[in-house]
Write a new protein. Structure first.
Length: 65
């Protein structure tokens, strides 16, 4: 079964949507970055949540909520 790519649109995200993203999912954002998630790092700092989605071959998508 092939997975569908998930759009990361920063203006309309919530924490529950970000928590559902797993390693192996395909992501793309409104700025043109896309790829398969190979590592996820979640950091809570001073009331903010930092989500780092490291993509294979195309860098990292950072979301701060």
């Amino acid at each position: 079964m092939e997975k569908k790519a998930t759009l990361i649109k920063r203006a309309s995200l919530d924490i529950n949507q970000l928590d559902k993203i797993k390693i192996g999912d395909f992501l793309f954002d409104e700025y043109g970055k896309s790829g398969k998630v190979c590592e996820i790092e979640k950091i809570k700092r001073r009331g903010e949540y930092h989500y780092y989605f490291k993509l294979s071959k195309s860098g990292t998508i950072l979301i701060i909520m």
